[in-house]
Design a protein around this ligand. Structure first.
Ligand SMILES: Cc1cc2nc3c(=O)[nH]c(=O)nc-3n(C[C@H](O)[C@H](O)[C@H](O)COP(=O)(O)O)c2cc1C
Ligand code: SF4
Length: 463
């Protein structure tokens, strides 16, 4: 299987990018025009690689067709999900294909401006993409649609598309109510039909919804190749419902955590071996997570990595960031770590999300410490039912599905903690929020354990 997204050697300059065939996607999109380009994407069957797998052609058609005087195109390069590093790997290897894809998106939705939003802490990737945009601007490629690089905060919610727009506008990463195609960048008001309040000054007597397209780095990188080589070429890889390749991250209890491009439809077990170099000797897989979806158990490892096959086993492929736990890991501790992460990162705009994830985390802490009872497990189940009440974004659903799946699949481990009043598998478990990943070595964010639920940090203690 040939990789086309992650070249073996990074693309060093725009000249080199052109030598390798770069630029053909945008030319073809200019020839096809917006409708023809959307048709090509629909025929290709590309699905968004940011986590939800939404059909890209359909999304572009809906933003392009939305009324509004201004449209915008945004690349989501916030990558904050534990266990994922693929967007940073793509930005390091070839930022040009992403910028070209963003230019195609801008052309199709009629964007007056485009944005690439990354965490301010992604220094290396910011340098790469800033240089690529400058070179492409110089070469006249980004002239019709200026590109602005936005440096955002480290919060997980920054990557949520409604929060991403708030950050681009200069605000905090708090998800707004309506999706970007209905309430886009710099919109003066959401278009909810009848409006009781006065229009804002300077907007010609009407509200502006500014429909905005938000796509992930990998999605936009794929667009460039699909336009250059055609939908049929793309459909030659993967399955009918999940065509193409995917850039997978494999971390956790594996020999050499890494990022690699694999064909969709490859069994999960083979992806763990090919990308993560398999497990340590004498270890077996106990659980795999593609954050933030229900757990994949040891007897499900032959599932093909596709949207439809993961859905069929009651999980989700997410952004193809696979966190592997072997048979020495404690699943109560794994549940505690996931729950705490989501509790801390929850913004609190929806009371059930912040309070519920906090209650669940507290009870998981008691159970892991050997101080819990069955009443704690019952309370966890009860809060899991309510944690999504009135949710503005999907984070609350992540808490619900991840924790519920662990409580259900590993009920025996919860019972053991209660029976023995201690953890029977005491070993460190790391929630792999990645800071760097290269040459089989993963660097995890060690500060998150000090992050408080109000997004401040406990002072670091001297060691
Ligand atoms: C809490 C949360 C965090 C997210 N973080 C990211 C992220 O870092 N990068 C990303 O592309 N999508 C992220 N998403 C998904 C985006 O909201 C959005 O669906 C995606 O950018 C759409 O792009 P796509 O259609 O190309 O997949 C996140 C969603 C949630 C609920
Ligand atoms: S669901 Fe949770 S994280 Fe999302 S907006 Fe509401 S409180 Fe914030």
């Amino acid at each position: 299987m040939a990789s086309f997204l992650l070249p073996p050697q990074p693309v060093a300059s725009l000249d080199e990018y052109f030598e390798r065939g770069g630029g053909a996607g945008l030319s073809r999109a200019q020839d096809l025009g917006p409708d023809g380009t959307i048709d090509e994407l629909v025929r290709a069957g590309l699905r968004g690689r940011g986590g939800a797998g939404f059909p890209t052609g359909r999304k572009w058609s809906s933003v392009a067709g939305q009324r509004g005087t201004h449209h915008y195109a945004v690349c989501n390069a916030a990558e904050g999900e534990p266990g994922t590093f693929k967007d940073r790997a793509l930005l390091r290897a070839n930022p040009y294909q992403l910028v070209e894809g963003l230019m195609i998106a801008g052309l199709v939705v009629g964007a007056t401006e485009a944005f690439i939003a990354l965490k301010a802490s992604f220094g290396r990737e910011i340098d790469r993409v800033t240089a690529a945009v400058a070179e492409m601007q110089e070469a006249g490629i980004c002239r019709d649609c200026p590109v602005t690089i936005v440096r955002g905060p480290d919060e997980y919610l920054f990557g949520e598309e409604k929060a991403l727009l708030e950050v681009i506008e200069g605000g905090a990463p708090l998800p707004r109510l309506l999706p970007p195609h209905e309430h886009g960048l710099f919109a003066t008001a959401p278009q909810l039909g009848w409006e009781a309040k006065d229009t804002e000054p300077g907007h010609g007597g009407r509200h502006e919804s500014n429909p905005t397209l938000v796509n992930n780095v990998e999605t936009l990188s794929n667009v460039t190749h699909i336009l250059a080589r055609g939908a049929d070429w793309f459909r030659g890889m993967g399955t009918r419902d999940s065509p193409g390749n995917v850039v997978a991250t494999v971390v956790g209890d594996v020999v050499a955590p890494d990022v690699g491009e694999v064909e969709l439809g490859t069994p999960l077990r083979a992806v763990i071996d090919a990308v993560g170099s398999g497990l340590l000797p004498d270890r077996r897989v106990k659980a795999v997570f593609s954050v933030a979806n229900p757990v994949i158990a040891a007897d499900q490892l032959d599932v093909p990595v596709t949207y439809e096959d993961f859905a069929a086993i009651g999980s989700g492929m997410g952004a193809a960031g696979f966190i592997v736990f072997d048979d020495t890991a404690c699943m109560v501790e794994v549940a505690r770590q996931f729950s705490r992460f989501l509790y801390v990162e929850s913004c609190g705009q929806c009371p059930a999300c912040k309070r519920g994830s906090g209650e669940i985390t507290g009870r998981l802490e008691r159970l892991e410490a050997g101080a819990g009872t069955m009443a704690d497990v019952d309370e966890i189940r009860s809060w899991l039912d309510k944690v999504t009440d009135g949710n503005r974004c999907y984070l609350a659903v992540e808490e619900q599905v991840v924790v519920a799946s662990i409580v259900n699949a590993f009920a025996d481990e919860f019972a053991e903690h209660i029976k023995f009043d201690r953890c029977p598998r005491p070993r460190p478990v790391v929630l792999p929020k990645l800071v760097d990943l290269a040459a089989g070595r993963a660097t995890y964010d060690t500060d998150h354990v000090r992050k408080r639920p109000d997004w401040t940090y406990e002072p670091a203690t001297a060691t």
